[in-house]
Design a protein around this ligand. Sequence first.
Ligand SMILES: [Mg+2]
Length: 382
Amino acid sequence: MKITRITTYRVPPRWMFLKIETDEGIVGWGEPVLEGRAKTVEAAVHEMSEYLIGQDPARINDLWQVLYRAGFYRGGGILMSAIAGIDQALWDIKGKALGVPVYQLLGGLVRDRVKTYSWVGGDRPADIIRDIQARVDVGFDTFKMNGCEELAVIDNSRAIDAAVRKVAEIREAFGNKIEFGLDFHGRVTAPMARVLIKELEPYRPLFIEEPVLAEQAEYYPKLAAQTHIPLAAGERMYSRFEFKNVLAAGGLSILQPDLSHAGGITECMKIASMAEAYDVALAPHCPLGPIALAACLQVDFVSWNAFIQEQSMGIHYNKGGEVLDYVLNKADFALENGHIKPFTKPGLGVELDEALIIERSKNAPDWRNPLWRHADGSVAEW
Ligand SMILES: [Mg+2]
């Protein structure tokens, strides 16, 4: 089998789908995207296609190494997202060629279903209690929300109180019937993270995500030493070489590699195994589309340390397009009490509505995250 053509479709709300065609008629799909930089990743995918056209798609390990190593410069969100989507599509082709789901090729299931969690509250939570209740009503019991709005490098007690009050209200309303992770979203500096984590501890969040930015990773072990709340990070780390450093340094209890940012299934399987060796849990990051989610699930279903899966159905980012819009086999994505079962179709298990993808790609928005500024005019982390 030979790869004959590579096509990209940027689609609403902020995603990109990749189609790899072969001379035997088998087609694989991937989702290479870095939110807000889709066009840059698209250029990288097409630049990489010269290493792929005419090659045997079955040699995923070799093609991965070619894409990673042949360019001399490597790593980072753009290049690793491009590789990630290509890798997903190659696994999709392999599964379809052999007539089995990808998880069978990775050694088979270690669980029968995986818990998912639901985002609530958006960027600036208003009526979060109502949001949570609506999702409890359809079976979810685990949630994630932003832990705070923008915080200054050193902020005041009013800002801390506002963040803590929201979390206190949620615990008061729902008690232990729900669990929630708090995403600091890289908005919090190391000095403020110390304060905020301490104040939030009584409300027992399931985890605190990106307590500081990935580029301040040296603070993860220091923050972990002051708290018993599990710390999570990984959506802005792009290869096992970056995860190696945080695992060796300690501090994180949960790794959150993104299957569309960190080199795809091939790389994230290795990251998952490294995490298991350090007794660290896995919770792949996925505020993206259906192919990215399907790729995450392949890893969750073969990784013993995977404990929960993010998914973006109903997330505040999905303006103009939803996870299931482009999916034909919608029933396979059905959540039962917040859990999802392994897909049974070959490859990644997603059947896509290509006509709709083509149609919507014609006017795809070029999404950007908001640019926030502090009261004094300086740039704030979003
Ligand atoms: Mg996050």
